[in-house]
Design a protein around this ligand. Structure first.
Ligand SMILES: Nc1nc2c(ncn2[C@@H]2O[C@H](COP(=O)(O)OP(=O)(O)O)[C@@H](O)[C@H]2O)c(=O)[nH]1
Ligand SMILES: [Mg+2]
Length: 239
């Protein structure tokens, strides 16, 4: 089977080349019997991201570079997923906070019949290194999304997800958000369609440094999650 790995990036010049190489090496060693393609999806970064991504793709035929002029992580992933032919579609955050050992396990679950497989920092078998503040924020999202949409899922915004081609075709055209809420909306819509969503344990570690801080503004993102959730809830109640 062919696996498409989308890497949404915004101003990642400090880690891009190194981490794309890590993903490439991992796939070459561990995705035995499966073909793969890595797509760097850049939303108009203002640093050297475009130049670095362009160079990486011209040096290796397994790496594609996609430029998206408008902002939004969700839009970047959707653009990459829709542009290339594959059997399985994955995205992961380029800081590689989710250890790559999750990838073959996730692929196996899809092959075994799951429609969506998502990394979960709340899985009892997960190993998670995170600040107390981010844990608290994450736990609040869990309570909020779970109760509002009445789902069994625990980790909605985790930056590691994989989906079958069939599920992509069914769900992607209905996702309206283009930013950080995009994958949460995907899960809610998938559940409404009766698709199976499987949470798998992951090893999660955030690598923050002076050069690379989180791209996420927690206050702004949380507020937009609340707004987008209410909009989605209203939309679903009308159907
Ligand atoms: N394409 C795209 N990627 C983004 C955007 N904002 C963040 N990202 C990517 O989304 C991923 C998650 O960002 P990160 O800073 O690690 O978030 P955190 O782990 O929640 O602190 C990284 O791969 C970022 O480069 C955006 O506007 N467009
Ligand atoms: Mg991160």
């Amino acid at each position: 089977m062919k696996v498409l790995i989308a890497l949404p990036v915004y101003n990642e010049e400090f880690i891009l080349a190194q981490n794309v190489q890590v993903v490439l090496d991992f796939c070459q060693k561990n995705l035995i019997g499966d073909d793969f393609i890595i797509v760097i999806a850049n939303n108009n970064s203002t640093d050297q991201t475009a130049q670095i991504a362009h160079q990486l793709s011209s040096q290796n035929q397994k790496i594609e570079y996609l430029f998206i002029p408008q902002k939004g992580k969700g839009l970047a992933i959707a653009s990459a997923w829709l542009k290339y032919e594959a059997d399985l579609y994955c995205f992961m955050d380029i800081d590689l906070a989710t250890d790559l050992s999750a990838l073959p396990r996730a692929i196996d679950k899809i092959k075994a019949g799951a429609d969506l497989v998502i990394g979960s920092r709340f899985h009892p078998k997960s190993q998670v290194k995170r600040s107390y503040f981010r844990r608290f924020v994450s736990y609040s999202y869990k309570l909020f999304f779970k109760s509002l949409f009445n789902l069994q899922i625990n980790d909605f915004p985790c930056g590691f997800k994989i989906i079958s081609r069939q599920a992509r075709d069914l769900i992607l055209p209905n996702i309206l958000n283009t930013g950080f809420f995009w994958d949460t909306e995907m899960l809610v819509l998938a559940d409404r369609q009766g698709l199976s969503i499987v949470e798998i344990p992951i090893i999660w570690q955030e690598f923050l440094s002076e050069n690379r801080k989180s791209r996420v503004n927690i206050a702004k993102t949380s507020l937009s999650y609340i707004k987008e959730s209410i909009k989605l809830k209203i939309r679903l109640s009308k159907n």
